[in-house]
Write a protein that binds this ligand. Structure first.
Ligand code: UT7
Length: 339
């Protein structure tokens, strides 16, 4: 499959909220959250908009790719928490970065980034563009129930982007699936004010069946990594890096144990961000790139899972000339607050 990641970038809001701070207004503790999830703190939007974060992450990805916004043939934003339902979040980003190309949003919850890679691959295959920007931007804290300790402690806000190029053979395998279950993770849409609406609706807040999603995450990661390796004619042990959805550190540990790989090979960014929904994977990938952890020729197995229940996974070979194989931007710059 002809696709290469040319550059990555991310942006987090300035405000850091610790577990201790949450325990000031919730019946929870740093000990519970740290031990059960691996999360110590998360970044929360206060004065920043999601438009700001998505634009900043996109600019950083373009800069690291050495690509001008005018070269983009499409902008795809994955989000379930946009600032606007209309226009698309991608259209706002497109305007802010100065691109003039089709732009649209894609909603596949936490698996959104991999779904967008598949769409970009199709755009490249049809010769419609040679450069595509995928930006995953989530303001999860806007839809959380801040009285529900079982969910609100898990999420944060942030955006991360990747500039994709049509040349190369960097995508070794990609798999998408959706197993219908609308109640496991649920966020109702805008209630509206139609005088004809007789449906009964609950509050417009996020809810989930946590234990079930935990098991779904672990089994999905194991199944997908084994399938990706088989597709590429490789052994799991031969894959260099593992970038999984950052929902819970114990999910990452269990998946590593089942796969028989050392947990240190699984990229882990959730301690300081919490769950960023679809932005988790590109953010973790950006972290890996900017920390100098990726070299040309290495392989990365990626698995995202979440509401749907959807799973997107892919195996990437990092190619010469992709971001991170040239001079790296300072890691601190990528994580600098927006203010
Ligand atoms: O992007 C995908 C979205 N979500 C996920 O992937 C989440 C996957 N699931 C998880 O990460 C875990 O299931 C949770 C972190 C949500 C929960 O951890 P758990 O180990 O499965 O705990 P539990 O739900 O079995 O609850 C154990 C206890 C309960 O108390 P009781 O009934 O034993 O007295 C909960 O009420 O922990 C309690 N609890 C808390 N206690 C302190 C739940 N949340 C908290 C909290 N602080 N924040």
């Amino acid at each position: 499959m002809g696709l290469r990641i040319l550059g990555t970038g991310s942006a987090l809001p300035a405000r850091r909220v610790t577990n201790e701070e949450l325990s000031g207004f919730l019946d929870t503790s740093d000990e519970w959250i740290s031990q059960r999830t691996g999360i110590r703190a998360r970044r929360v939007c206060t004065t920043e908009t999601l438009d700001d974060l998505a634009t900043q992450a996109s600019r950083r990805a373009l800069e690291s790719a050495g690509v001008d916004a005018s070269e983009l043939g499409a902008v795809i934003c994955t989000t379930t928490s946009p600032d606007h339902v209309m226009p698309a979040e991608a259209s706002v980003v497109q305007g802010s970065i100065g691109a003039s190309c089709p732009s649209f949003d894609l909603a596949a919850a936490c698996a959104g980034f991999v779904f967008a890679l598949d769409v970009a691959d199709g755009i490249f295959a049809r010769g419609r563009a040679r450069r595509v920007l995928v930006v995953s931007a989530e303001r999860c804290t806007r839809y959380l129930d801040w009285t529900d300790r079982a969910t609100c402690v898990l999420f944060g806000d942030g955006a991360a982007a990747a500039v994709l190029g049509a040349e190369g053979e960097g995508l070794l395998s990609l798999r998408l699936s959706t197993q219908p279950d609308t109640g496991a993770l649920d966020l109702p849409g805008i209630p509206g004010s139609s005088p004809f609406d007789k449906t009964v609706r609950g509050p417009q807040l996020f809810s989930m069946r946590g234990r079930e999603i935990f098991k779904f995450g672990v089994t999905s990661i194991e199944r997908e990594v084994r399938a990706l390796a088989a597709d590429a004619g490789m052994e799991v042990a031969d894959i260099d890096h593992f970038v999984f959805h950052q929902a819970n550190g114990r999910i990452l540990d269990s998946a590593a144990t089942r796969l028989g790989i050392d947990a240190s090979r699984v990229v882990r960014t959730l301690a300081e961000t919490g769950n960023l929904s679809s932005a988790c994977i590109p953010h973790a990938l950006d972290h890996l790139v900017r920390s100098g952890g990726l070299t040309a020729g290495q392989t990365v197995a990626i698995v995202g899972f979440g509401a749907g229940l959807s799973v997107g996974s892919c195996l990437i070979r990092w190619e010469e000339g992709a971001a991170g194989t040239g001079p790296a931007l300072p890691h601190a710059a990528a994580k600098a607050p927006l203010t």
